[in-house]
Design a protein around this ligand. Structure first.
Ligand code: Z5A
Length: 218
């Protein structure tokens, strides 16, 4: 754990697991304890990082280019947002961080994790989140939730089919998301102190009770 400075909390899971839903609620609960909170996301979190996000989610590219861009955005994010905020005593809650690269590029796209580890060491040294919450849900449940969300979006959009607005990751098949999920579970087994798996198939209220207990404990 970081001592004498803010805490760094990351939220992870397959698309549709519910991390974005819980992020705002979690940030509010921390603020109620008179702690200043910075909410951010990856890829993104800085003006350059957001531009890289648009590229990496939208443009076809080689897997190594994709991985390098994730870490390029991360380097900027660490330097401009995460490190200064933690040093100022703020808590940083990020929608995804490096575990996502191990799950998506390592698991989903089957890149050798040793190559990702090399970039991890280069970009962040020994730095790791204080706590990582992995929202775990069967991939068919996540797909149903994504479908329902796409339909909600469709009714307010210009009428373009939902499929057309899906990014490069959301367009992947079930086998891809199974590998991503396995990637997260393997990583959580490797770092049980830092990474907590939450059963995201439970009702929202149940998950909030668990989150509340976790926040109290740190
Ligand atoms: N990516 C990568 O490949 N490598 C990396 O290193 C990084 C990222 C950092 C963008 O991520 C993509 O970047 C991501 C991986 C890749 N692609 N994918 N797939 P993102 O986090 O910005 O995008 P996302 O994964 O698509 O997140 P999301 O759209 O925000 O989904 P979510 O946060 O998991 O789910 P949600 O929007 O909170 O919930 C989905 C729906 O389910 C919604 O209608 C909720 O109301 C509902 N929901 C949520 N929880 C429940 C429960 N418990 N019960 C019932 N209904 C629920």
């Amino acid at each position: 754990m970081n001592q004498g400075r803010g805490k760094f909390i990351t939220l992870e899971g397959v698309d549709g697991a519910g991390k974005s839903t819980h992020l705002a609620w979690l940030a509010e609960r921390v603020r109620q304890r008179d702690i200043e909170v910075v909410v951010t996301r990856e890829p993104g979190g800085t003006p350059l990082g957001e531009q890289l996000r648009t590229l990496v989610l939208g443009e076809p590219m080689h897997i190594e280019t994709e991985t390098l861009l994730m870490f390029a955005a991360r380097r900027e994010h660490l330097e401009r947002v995460i490190y200064p905020s933690l040093a100022a005593g703020k808590w940083v809650i990020s929608d995804r961080f490096t575990d996502a690269t191990f799950a998506y590029q390592g698991g989903g796209r089957e890149m050798d994790p040793r190559r990702i580890e090399t970039l991890e060491t280069w970009v962040q040294g020994e730095f790791q989140p204080d706590l990582t919450l992995v929202f775990d849900v069967p991939t068919d449940v996540a797909a149903r939730r994504r479908g329902a969300r796409d339909l909600e979006g469709e009714s307010t959009s210009s009428g373009a089919p939902a499929q057309a607005s899906r990014d490069r990751f959301e367009q992947q098949n079930r086998a891809f998301f199974e590998r991503v999920r396995d990637g997260y579970l393997r990583r959580a087994a490797q770092f049980p102190q830092r990474m907590k798996i939450l059963d995201a198939n439970r009702p929202l209220a149940d998950i909030q009770v668990i989150l509340e207990n976790i926040v109290s404990s740190i």
